[in-house]
Design a protein around this ligand. Structure first.
Ligand code: ZN
Ligand code: FE
Length: 266
């Protein structure tokens, strides 16, 4: 069965305005039988988005429209494709209460969700670590090294897995090596083998699914999936459910590099 469970929509303020219906039609054409729309959930209202355009999350005023539109399309296409309604929810250290409240409200109305780390907290300030290579390098300078950024990332990721976010906490962990996104920009060889394995072990122990995210392959400073294939195999050996995610922000990105990942070669 072909499934893509990490897809953005026109409700993403930093994505394209490609219509949800066009994503559905293209997904069907590509042979997907099961798809999840995972728009970036609105960020907590008391959290200040550190990105220049403050466009990391969906506009909270469009939440109802998003759910309504997906419910209509889900019903309309139910004979042809299984559409799941979801969110990509940010794990932000210090905003667990707000995130839990959000999940308690939307949880009963959705089918699937991803928990991702995009923001790292340092000295009471937050940085969006996948925003740009400039922001990443500046942050590494602030922390003293690229290694320190990786350490902080994996620490935050582990907290996201252990955090109590209530009964509607997402069951899947998003792109757990996102910190590799600018690896070819800083050019340093960071040995994070142990850290990735620890994260995957923690996911297995707590029964999380893995977002096998192909978007990194398309990023010029990354050129590998999140996580890289040896870790996808490692996750499989731990019996972690593997769930493909194109992380498409435009219709053209659906399916990106699917065939380079599945079927998984040993
Ligand atoms: Zn996005
Ligand atoms: Fe993400």
């Amino acid at each position: 069965m072909k499934r893509d469970a990490h897809i953005h929509t026109p409700y993403c303020p930093h994505g394209t305005k490609d219509s949800i219906e066009n994503y559905i039609k293209k997904a069907m054409k590509l042979g997907f039988q099961d798809i999840t729309f995972t728009e970036h959930a609105p960020l907590p209202t008391n959290f200040i988005d550190p990105t220049p355009e403050k466009d990391s999350g969906m506009d909270p005023h469009k939440l109802i429209a998003y759910l309504d539109e997906l419910n209509t399309l889900k019903e309309q296409y139910k004979e042809d494709i299984h559409i799941r309604i979801g969110f990509e929810v940010d794990y932000i250290i210090g905003y667990e209460t707000e995130t839990t409240s959000f999940l308690n409200i939307v949880g009963p109305q959705i089918d699937d969700a991803i928990l991702s780390v995009h923001f790292l907290k340092y000295n009471d300030e937050y940085t969006c670590i996948d925003y740009s290579s400039e922001v990443f390098l500046e942050f590494a300078q602030k922390l003293g090294s690229v290694q320190a950024v990786y350490d902080l990332y994996y620490e935050t990721l582990k907290q996201s897995i252990s955090a109590n976010l209530g009964q509607y906490k997402p069951k899947r962990i998003g792109h757990p090596t996102l910190i590799h996104k600018f690896q070819l920009a800083h050019g340093e060889q960071i040995d994070d083998d142990d850290q990735i394995k620890q994260v995957l072990q923690l996911m297995a122990d707590n029964q999380y699914e893995l977002d096998v995210n192909s978007a990194g392959l398309a990023k010029k400073y990354c050129k590998e999936p999140y996580p890289p294939l040896p870790y996808v195999r490692y996750a499989k050996s731990l019996n972690i459910p593997l769930v493909f995610g194109s992380d498409a922000h435009q219709v053209a990105d659906l399916h990106q590099f699917y065939d380079e990942i599945f079927p998984l070669k040993d």
